[in-house]
Structure formats: C-alpha cells, structure tokens
Write a protein that binds this ligand. Structure first.
Ligand code: PGA
Length: 236
C-alpha cells in the first residue's frame, strides 16, 4: 500500500524539511508497514536521510537530462537529490498547465527509459462522470494512450478532477467500480486521490483494488499526514 503526499505549490524549503523529518521519525517509530511518498516543491529538494519505505519525489520535470528550457527542471537536477519517484499526468498539469496527452506520454517514456518509479494520474471531469461509467472508462483509457501499463515501476492514481481540492469525494461505489474496471487491464497498484483526509481514508482504503492514496490538501499538515499513515497501517 502507498500513502503519498502531494504538496503542490505549498510549503517552503524550511517547512518541508521540518515536515519530512517529523514524518520520517514517525515512520521510524514502528509506522513502516506501507510505502510513503512525499512530493514537495523542487526548491525544497535536499539529500534527506529517510526510512527505507519513504521516498521524496518530484511533482514535475521536463523530459531532458539538461538543455535550454527556461524555468524547467531536468533529470540532471533531480539526480543531484537521488529523486527516483515522479508524478506524471496530474490533472492540474493537464488542465491548468495545459499538458497534452502526447507530452505526458513523452515524459512517461523518458522516465520509463531511466527506470524511475512513476505515479501516473488519470481522472475524469464532472460532466464525464455524470454521463456514466462507460463514458468515464472511455475518457480514462484515452489518458493511457502511449502509456505502457505493463511498466513494472508503474503506480496508477485514479483522481476524479472534480474531487481534487474541492472537498468532494467520489462515492465509494464509484471508486470501487472504477478501480475494478481499471484492474481488468492494469496489474499495477491503483491509488485513489481526491479530497482524501483523516475522516475518509479508512473507508477508501477498504475499497477492493484500492492500493493506496494520493493526498493533496489534507497531507500538508504533518500531524494529519501521520494520522493517515497510521490509519493505513490498520488495513491489511
Ligand atoms: P486533494 O488533491 O487531496 O487536495 O483533493 C489530491 C491530488 O491532487 O493529488
């Protein structure tokens, strides 16, 4: 099981260091049953000493080792901090930053060729969800175009766009049904994301085929994130 924190554009370098050291101590204290991932802002990367189940990853990168791409971060810069885990396809990058499926697939293939762990995010807008499960699945499978779903270091995060940062959570039956449909073709771990918090994480992790969570807003507070790691420990 994976419990992951996506900081988005939150926390400073100082507060990230404090967060990571707090969470790492918590994990060291017997809370190490599951994999923990933390995706801070790139400005906060450092050579952290971490428990073996915990990794700090990158929310974003440009698919080059280095070059002339003003404002972007390539793999040479990530390598300096031993970054092994990457988020790709997050809805904010698709819908706010305008990343196309073609560009996302390029990022995926670049990371795959370098054998990185990839949390690959997919999710439908509200209008698609309202059109029913077949429309949802068609939308989601399009987000897998040119993506190797057999890549051994793939983790998939199903995150309905309308549930991200809104406080709205997909209902448990919809999560279960969507995960079951994804599972028909995908062997990789399947996470759920979208307004996961202390109050609902246990129910969500109890869903069949749900192998973890990708948490935004509710993960930014270190005590809450540790509480979620603790609640996940109680699930088999
Ligand atoms: P949220 O974000 O928990 O704030 O809804 C989830 C995500 O964007 O991964």
């Amino acid at each position: 099981m994976v419990v992951a924190a996506n900081f988005k554009t939150n926390h400073t370098r100082a507060s990230t260091t404090e967060f990571i050291s707090f969470v790492n101590d918590f994990i060291a204290n017997g809370n190490d049953k599951h994999q923990v991932r933390i995706y801070p802002c790139a400005t906060a990367f450092d050579n952290f000493t971490l428990q073996s189940v915990c990794k700090v990853g990158a929310q974003n990168f440009y698919p080059v080792d280095n070059g002339s791409f003003t404002g972007e971060v390539g793999f040479d810069q990530l390598a300096e901090f031993d970054i092994d885990s990457l988020l790709i396809g997050h809805s904010e990058r698709r819908h706010i930053l305008g990343e196309s499926q073609e560009f996302i697939a390029r990022k995926f293939n670049f990371a795959k060729e370098r054998n990185k762990e990839i949390i690959y995010c997919v999710g439908e807008p509200l209008a698609v969800r309202e059109a029913g499960i077949e429309a949802v699945m068609q939308y989601l499978w399009e987000q897998f175009s040119d993506i190797d779903i057999t890549y051994p270091r793939l983790i998939v995060a199903y995150e309905p766009v309308w549930a991200i940062g809104t406080g709205l959570v997909a209902n448990i039956e919809d999560i279960a049904q969507t995960h079951a449909r994804l599972r028909e073709k995908i062997d990789a771990p399947l996470l759920y994301g979208g307004s996961v918090k202390v109050e609902n994480i246990s129910e969500i992790l109890g869903v069949a085929n749900c192998d973890g969570v990708l948490v935004g807003t509710a993960s930014w507070q270190k005590e809450a994130f540790c509480n979620m790691i603790k609640l996940a420990q109680m699930i088999q």
